[in-house]
Unconditional design. Structure first.
Length: 224
């Protein structure tokens, strides 16, 4: 087990909209990212830290009153998940990524003080598609009497086993091996090799954060 598991974790309905982070190639040598190394290639460093992102259609939520209505005049509260920031401790046996984010809410009626609690999820995804852990939390927006806007802050974290996020030595060697002009594979991207691509995908993790939407709320976001 790489992560603690929280209940049954079927792949969520928004999975087709998750854009996996691009594969990063781990290149040996001392060159910095983006620099041309001694072989004439571009040096790119692959990090064990999971990428942090908000899946499509889960970054905002709309609450209607009455709930069954989809009329613009029935919009009660709208909130956005924004300002996502992440840090990563890349040391020891586990890589720990922590993300914070802001929830900015707006209501249509400013009369009276009001509390609105909104659920959000944090999901750890491996290889761009496999959900290996999920947590559901909540944030509460506190609207003061006369205010249309309120804000709150949430957080999420992921623990990734370093061994799981590390490429096998033989795969790393195939990616970083220096090639000379005239070699049969000199012009071939090593990631084009299905075995290499699968290994890179298996060692790639993401921490995805968004609102825990109902099916109706997700459909509204996807089709409006």
């Amino acid at each position: 087990m790489i992560f603690a598991k929280y209940g049954n974790l079927p792949v969520p309905r928004y999975a087709p909209f998750i854009v996996a982070s691009a594969f990063a190639i781990l290149v040996a040598g001392c060159a910095k990212d983006g620099e041309i190394d001694a072989t004439g290639g571009v040096s790119v460093t692959r990090s064990a830290c999971p990428a942090v992102a908000v899946p499509s259609y889960t970054g905002d939520i709309t609450i209607f009153d009455p709930p069954s209505s989809r009329d613009a005049r029935a919009i009660d509260v709208v909130a956005d998940l924004t300002n996502v920031r992440s840090t990563c401790v890349d040391s020891g046996d586990d890589v720990v990524a922590t993300a914070t984010f802001d929830i900015i809410g707006r209501r249509s009626n400013s009369a009276g003080a009001r509390s609105v609690t909104l659920p959000y999820f944090s999901t750890v995804v491996r290889a761009g598609r496999l959900v290996v852990a999920k947590r559901v939390g909540s944030v509460t927006l506190e609207f003061k009497d006369g205010d249309l806007r309120a804000a709150a802050r949430g957080s999420a974290s992921a623990n990734v086993n370093r061994a799981a996020a590390t490429l096998p030595p033989e795969i790393r060697e195939r990616i970083t091996r220096k090639r000379r002009a005239g070699d049969t594979d000199a012009a071939v991207d090593p990631i084009a090799d299905p075995e290499v691509r699968a290994a890179v995908a298996k060692a790639s993790f993401e921490l995805l954060i968004g609102f825990q939407l109902t099916s109706d709320q997700l459909q509204y976001n996807a089709t409006r």
